[in-house]
Design a protein around this ligand. Structure first.
Ligand code: 13P
Length: 254
């Protein structure tokens, strides 16, 4: 069975003190993860070490960066390399979030470079894709997402893409309270898996966890995660409330 993953994306929120209090509260809240389930916390750069330390010894909990740079090292003031992240024990990084694509002009080709850097340093990318509202309204979402996958991922070998994590986040559902319906989520996740299967074979496609993101809440996570091709969620706003994120973790498929 594919890994079932509840991933938090804190985005640019919280002070260090608030972040630590959030984790303390979450760890004091009953939630459980079996060996096939994971909780991943996408934390702002300055807090990575502190939050990573809080999860040491907590089974199946991991800390993720929210971004990294395309180059290995060098004169790139203000950027963070994958080697820096792995040197502090970080195992995941969110790549290609729609906010980075929109506000920082990250292209599919640039994301392919970031992914290459990650894979050469054993950092696991959580690769985000998803369409804006006008593409959904034009019913072109399938080809739009397929192009995102092709241009950023399909140069990878079977070994590299096995056990990959993809997050489908329709932009019109992010932070809007407007979740994709269970059917819309399942339809797109199945499409993504079919596109992967066409390129890498069904066995490989079936190893890849595909998370849904966009207004996942404690109240709707169970229904969305129950869809056959949805393997958990990438959660923004609701991951900032310990009790809500605990419910979301407990909503993962067993
Ligand atoms: P919300 O859960 O706040 O809609 O954010 C989703 C998201 O962008 C996660 O990466």
């Amino acid at each position: 069975m594919r890994k079932q993953i509840a991933a938090a994306n804190w985005k640019m929120n919280l002070t260090l003190q608030q972040a630590e209090a959030l984790v303390d509260e979450l760890l004091a809240t009953p939630f459980s993860l079996n060996e096939n389930q994971q909780a991943v916390f996408g934390v702002p750069f300055p807090y990575l070490i502190a939050i990573h330390n809080k999860f040491i010894g907590k089974n199946n909990c991991y800390v993720s960066a929210q971004n990294c740079y395309t180059k290995k090292s060098g004169a790139y003031t203000g950027e963070t390399s994958v080697e820096m992240l792995t040197s502090i024990g970080i195992t995941y990084v969110i790549i290609g979030h729609s906010e980075r694509r929109e506000f920082f002009n990250e292209s599919n080709a640039m994301l392919a470079e970031k992914i290459n850097c990650c894979l050469s340093n054993n950092l696991k990318p959580i690769f985000c894709c998803g369409e804006p509202l006008q593409i959904r309204e034009a019913e072109s979402q399938n080809s739009f997402v397929e192009t995102q996958l092709k241009e950023s991922l399909f140069h990878l070998t079977v070994e590299q893409i096995t056990n990959f994590i993809i997050a489908y986040e329709p932009i019109w559902a992010i932070g809007t309270g407007k979740t994709a319906s269970n059917e819309q989520a399942q339809q797109m996740h199945k499409h993504i898996r079919t596109v992967l299967a066409n390129n890498y074979g069904l066995d490989v496609a079936n190893t890849i966890s595909i998370l849904y993101g966009g207004s996942v809440k404690a109240t709707n996570a169970g229904d969305i995660f129950a869809q056959p091709d949805v393997d958990g969620g990438l959660v923004g706003g609701a991951s900032l409330v310990a009790a809500d994120f605990a419910v979301i973790i407990n909503s993962l498929k067993k």
